[in-house]
Design a protein around this ligand. Structure first.
Ligand code: APR
Ligand code: PHB
Length: 409
């Protein structure tokens, strides 16, 4: 079994035990390393699997700065696509939201989550810090005491990693939340009555900026990854089988929904990847329990319409790294004690924006009243600079500014 880290060399004790090598776990390990704090990352999948998993692609203004200031933003700055606006398309017409103009020059960077993951893995390996793939965490124990432990399986054998602190960065389907003592947290959830069919296609984008399109047949999004790769999403039923979407049907549906009265056309190409994801909103409150602290998708899930999931995950662990540095280097418990409160506040701000974008753009079959309201709201957004500014401020820079009502965390 291939692991990047020889099993014999994985320490049995560390400062911070990190479960999960997604953007949250990897950025946390990197920032802790910069502060001179030891950590071990255990990840249940292979390196190849986590590097190839296609996920989100929009990096907010302030989050791009955090990656850069952590020394892991060089390739993103070189290869990422900087966008100064988005298009809202409805009723067969496109309307540009000039985000940079409306936010004092802020912009988003379109750069795939798996590219950030590759950059963070490369930085971790270069630093020599332990990062163990194909190591599945089974349980987190002793979180109410000073020496918690992560029990995990590597090369068929169970092992124990003793830590000062455990960071649960293992996503929505991880095991960290199971270590939360019964009755210690509230779970707020909302299921949405649709999912997204997402594709990656080898074709030049037919647009310079992202198109968020509301159509009677459902939402469509035209995004991209590079000058040669386009990414698209279609609103579908949450339990829709992928088999009922052959290539021709996908392109025909994208053409129908994205069509305009102007002279715009959609270029197609080979589909390289496709998946259907149900849409969910979830917030856990609080997210710290003794010496266990959750971050990213383990703590909260937002529907992807606001492009906030990865940004929230990175903002959480930037905060967590600073709080752990205060504790483990300076002996100051204060920042870590308020970590959960700051993250939960940020999660609800992201939840509010993501719900706003989702309910604005996804028509519900049979809900004629709601569907007319969507059009009225869209008209406000393209007709009022104040409404467009409010959307832009939250779209370009929410995650790094949402803990103190405007100030950086
Ligand atoms: N043991 C070890 N690793 C685990 C376990 C386990 N028991 N369970 C899950 N993991 C790993 C997963 O394999 C995954 O690589 O934890 C990692 C969690 O990563 P993400 O799901 O990417 O979560 P996070 O780092 O919080 O990033 C959130 O990912 O899903 C998107 O939209 C979301 O963009 C957001 C981002
Ligand atoms: C993406 O490119 O994957 C993407 C872009 C914007 C979103 C969601 C996903 O809102």
């Amino acid at each position: 079994m291939a692991t990047e880290q020889p099993a014999a060399e994985v320490p049995a004790r560390t400062g911070v035990g990190i479960v999960g090598a997604g953007p949250a776990g990897l950025f946390l390990a990197h920032l802790l390393g910069l502060a001179g704090i030891d950590s071990v990352v255990v990840e249940r999948h292979s390196r190849r699997h986590v590097e190839e998993r296609i996920r989100a692609g929009v990096v907010e203004h302030g989050i791009a700065e955090l990656l850069e200031s952590g020394g892991v933003g060089d390739r993103m700055r070189r290869e990422g696509l900087v966008h100064h606006g988005i298009e809202l398309r409805f009723g067969g017409a496109g309307h540009r939201i000039a985000m940079s103009e409306l936010t004092g020059g802020k912009a988003i960077t379109v750069y795939g989550q798996q590219e950030i993951v590759k950059d963070l893995i490369a930085a971790r390996i270069e630093s020599g810090g332990p990062l163990v793939f194909e190591a599945e965490a089974l349980a987190i124990e002793g979180v109410d005491g000073p020496s918690p432990a992560v029990r995990y399986r590597l090369e068929g054998r169970e092992r124990v990693l003793s830590c000062d602190v455990v960071a649960g960065c293992d996503g929505f389907h991880g095991i960290s939340r199971a270590a939360v003592p019964a009755g210690a947290a509230i779970e707020y959830q909302r299921e949405h009555p649709f999912g997204w069919l997402g594709i990656l296609a080898r074709v030049a984008p037919s647009t310079e900026e992202l198109i968020y399109c509301r159509h009677e047949r459902g939402f469509a999004l035209h995004s991209m990854r590079s000058p040669e790769l386009s990414r698209f999403y279609l609103q579908v039923a949450p339990d829709e089988p992928l088999e009922s979407w052959p290539d021709e049907r996908i392109w025909a549906e994208l053409r129908l929904r994205l069509s305009t009265t102007g002279d715009w056309s959609l270029a197609d190409g080979p589909i390289l990847e496709r998946s259907i994801t149900a849409m969910r909103s979830f917030v856990l409150e609080p997210i710290s329990f003794g010496s266990l602290h959750l971050a990213g998708d383990a703590a909260h899930i937002v529907p992807p319409t606001g492009a906030k999931g990865m940004n929230l995950a990175l903002a959480d662990v930037h905060d967590l790294a600073g709080s752990l540095t205060a504790l483990l280097v300076e002996g100051d418990e204060g920042p870590l004690e308020a970590y959960s409160k700051r993250c939960v506040r940020r999660a609800w701000q992201a939840q509010e924006f993501s719900t706003f974008m989702t309910t604005l753009l996804h028509p519900l079959p049979g809900d004629d009243f709601g569907n007319r309201l969507q059009l009225a709201r869209l008209e406000q957004l393209v007709g009022s600079a104040d409404a467009a500014r409010h959307l832009s401020e939250r779209y370009v820079d929410l995650a790094s500014t949402a803990t103190t009502g405007g100030g950086r965390s």
